[in-house]
Design a protein around this ligand. Structure first.
Ligand code: 2NE
Length: 266
C-alpha cells in the first residue's frame, strides 16, 4: 500500500502504480474526496521515478459509474462540508499530462464520468464483461470538454454523437469494434494481461515513451480552454430545474421527464 486512502486504493509495485476506485456500494461513483485522493495518487506517481506506468481501475467488478448522484446538490457534487467542488477537470489534466502512460483496466461498468476517465487514459484493457456508455443527458449532466472532443477523435464524430445523444450501453466487444478499447480478455485474465502490457512498456526507453505521450497529446492540447468552459457550463447547468429533473429521476429510479423544458433556439 503506497498510501492509506478512504475512497481509493493506491499501490506501487515493480514500476507500476495502481489507482483503484473503492466505493463499491455506488459502483465506484466518485465524490470530491475520491477525486482529491486520485489527484494525490497521480501526483505521487508522477514524481516517483521508479514508476513507469499507472493503472486506473476499480474495486469489486466495476470501473466507475461517474459522479455520485447521491451527493449531487444544487450546484454540483458536494464535499463532506456541503461545498460543491468536484475537481474532475484537474484529474483529466493529470491523466493527460503525467509523463508516463496511464492504462485503464476496465471490468464491469465504465459509465458517465467514469467512462470519460477511461477515454482520457492512454490505453484501455477491458474484461469481456465490461460495459461502456455515457448517461449525462439522462441524468441532467454533460461533459462537453475532452468527454466530447477526445471521444470523437477515438471513435469518430458519428459514433461519439450516438454515444452521447442516445446514452446506450455498449459491450466490450462493441467497444473493441469501435476502437474505444485496445483489447478485450476474459475477466480472469484481465490482471495478468494488464501486467503484461505494463511490463512491455516498462522495458522500453522511458524518454521515448514520455516524448511519444507528449507528441500524441499535442494534437488535442488545444482542448484545455474548451474543457474549462465546458466544465463550468456543467456547474451552471446543475443549478437548473432541468438538470435537477435528471438527477431526481435517477435517485427516484424513474424515467426523466424533460417535456417542460424548452429547446432553446440560441
Ligand atoms: C451504472 C448503472 C447503469 C448500473 O445499473 P444497475 O441496474 O446494474 O445497478 P443500480 O441498481 O443502478 O446501482 C446499484 C447501486 O449503485 C448506485 C445505485 O443508486 C444503486 O444504489 P441503491 O439503489 O442500491 O441504493 N449507483 C450507481 N451509480 C451511481 C452513481 N453514479 N451515483 C450514485 N449512486 C449510484 C446505473 O447504476 C447508472 O446508470 N448509474 C448512474 C450513472 C450516471 O448517471 N453517472 C453520472 C453521470 S454524470 C457524471 O459522471 C459527470 C459529468 O457528466 C460531468 C462532470 C462530472 C461527472
Amino acid at each position: 500500500m503506497a498510501q492509506d486512502y478512504q475512497d481509493i486504493i493506491y499501490t506501487k509495485k515493480d514500476g507500476i502504480a495502481t489507482m483503484s476506485f473503492n466505493r463499491p456500494q455506488v459502483l465506484n461513483a466518485f465524490r470530491p474526496r475520491t477525486i482529491d485522493e486520485m489527484i494525490e495518487a497521480f501526483q505521487d506517481a508522477w514524481y516517483d521515478d521508479s514508476i513507469g506506468v499507472a493503472v486506473l481501475t476499480g474495486e469489486r467488478g466495476n470501473f466507475s459509474s461517474g459522479g455520485d448522484q447521491k451527493i449531487r446538490g444544487h450546484g454540483g457534487y458536494e464535499d463532506e462540508g456541503g461545498t460543491p467542488r468536484l475537481q474532475v477537470r484537474n484529474l483529466h489534466r493529470l491523466i493527460r499530462e503525467i509523463p508516463k502512460p496511464v492504462i485503464a483496466k476496465v471490468d464491469g461498468y465504465a459509465i458517465g464520468g467514469g467512462h470519460v476517465l477511461h477515454v482520457i487514459c492512454d490505453l484501455t484493457l477491458a474484461s469481456d464483461r465490461a460495459i461502456f456508455g455515457q448517461t449525462g443527458p439522462k441524468v441532467g449532466s454533460f461533459d462537453a470538454g475532452f468527454g466530447a472532443m477526445y471521444l470523437a477523435r477515438i471513435v469518430g464524430e458519428k459514433k461519439a454523437r450516438e454515444i452521447w445523444y442516445l446514452c446506450l450501453q455498449y459491450s466490450a466487444q462493441e467497444a473493441l469494434e469501435m476502437g474505444l478499447v485496445n483489447k478485450v480478455v476474459p475477466q480472469a485474465e484481465l490482471d495478468a494481461e494488464t501486467e503484461r502490457w505494463c511490463k512491455l512498456i516498462l522495458e522500453k526507453s522511458p524518454t521515448s515513451i514520455r516524448m511519444m505521450k507528449f507528441g500524441f497529446n499535442a494534437d488535442t492540447d488545444h482542448g484545455y480552454g474548451l474543457q474549462a468552459l465546458a466544465h463550468s457550463a456543467t456547474s451552471l447547468f446543475y443549478t437548473s430545474e432541468e438538470a435537477r429533473e435528471g438527477r431526481m429521476a435517477f435517485l427516484e429510479k424513474r424515467k426523466p421527464d424533460f417535456d417542460e423544458f424548452r429547446r432553446s433556439p440560441w
